[in-house]
Design a protein around this ligand. Structure first.
Ligand code: CTP
Ligand code: MG
Length: 228
């Protein structure tokens, strides 16, 4: 099988508020980006991983792992979706190849979770994402912050990454969603917009997106337990 990876890593980490962009913070001696990249390179069949980096990024060049022949870099854009599009266009593959898009900010991705995702996609021949069933009761609010109603929790999922689709279909879907002015917060939303099925594969809570400072300790704890 032929798989490719894309890692958007061009953000500036506003909510983290650290001196350096959060993808370069270190946990257990390795940057978040290195953890995420390692997890992708370990997936059997992974031919290439394309990183979208901030145009002014000088940190990535100093990381050993960038020397892996399968790793390519491109300049990212203003929004996550722009970075993903730039990277997808540079993937050294064909339109029918499968591509896994994974946030640099999710460093605790475990192999068994990716493998479950890949298995669903290759068995079904359709795209899928890792996602978590919502455990809280979720309210829909009005503009004043008053609860309008309670949503059916059994049908609500929190989208994670990796998100896995065919390269050509994902590129087209992102382009048409952008052209239609749809809000594209993840790859799946563009695929849904274009009418493609998106399977939800139950992921793990450990695959958190490191967003605010308190997430760092939790991520470090999950990383320290990997392989146990
Ligand atoms: N990302 C990107 N290009 C952007 C914005 C985000 O490649 N223009 C990447 C981030 O580097 C991260 C992933 O998309 O790996 C998820 O984004 P998020 O967690 O929102 O990271 P930031 O945008 O950096 O953080 P913030 O929103 O707090 O500024
Ligand atoms: Mg962001």
């Amino acid at each position: 099988r032929v798989l490719h990876g894309v890692i958007p890593a061009a953000g500036i980490g506003t909510r983290m508020g650290s001196e350096i962009p959060k993808q370069y913070l270190r946990l257990l001696g390795r940057t978040l980006l290195e953890h995420s990249l390692h997890a992708m390179l370990r997936v059997p069949g992974m031919q290439s991983v394309t990183l979208a980096l901030h145009p002014e990024d000088t940190t990535a060049a100093g990381l050993d792992i960038l020397g892996d022949a399968r790793v390519n870099t491109v300049a990212g854009g203003a929004e996550r979706v722009d970075s993903v599009q730039a990277a997808l266009r540079a993937v050294p593959g064909t339109r029918d190849d499968w591509v896994l898009v994974h946030d640099a900010a999710r460093p605790c991705l475990q192999q068994d979770d990716v493998m479950r995702l890949v298995d669903v996609v290759l068995t079904q021949g359709e795209g899928a994402i890792l996602a978590l069933p919502v455990v809280d009761t979720v309210k829909l609010a009005d503009a004043q912050g008053k609860a309008l109603r309670t949503l059916d929790r059994n049908r609500l999922w929190r989208a994670q990454t990796p998100q896995m689709f065919r390269l050509g279909e994902l590129l087209d879907a992102l382009e048409s969603a952008q052209a239609a002015g749809a809000t594209v917060t993840d790859e799946a939303s563009a695929m849904e917009h274009a009418g493609y099925p998106v399977h939800l594969v139950p992921g793990a809570a450990s695959n958190l997106k490191v967003t605010v400072p308190e997430d760092l300790q939790l991520a470090e704890w999950y990383l320290s337990r990997q392989g146990e």
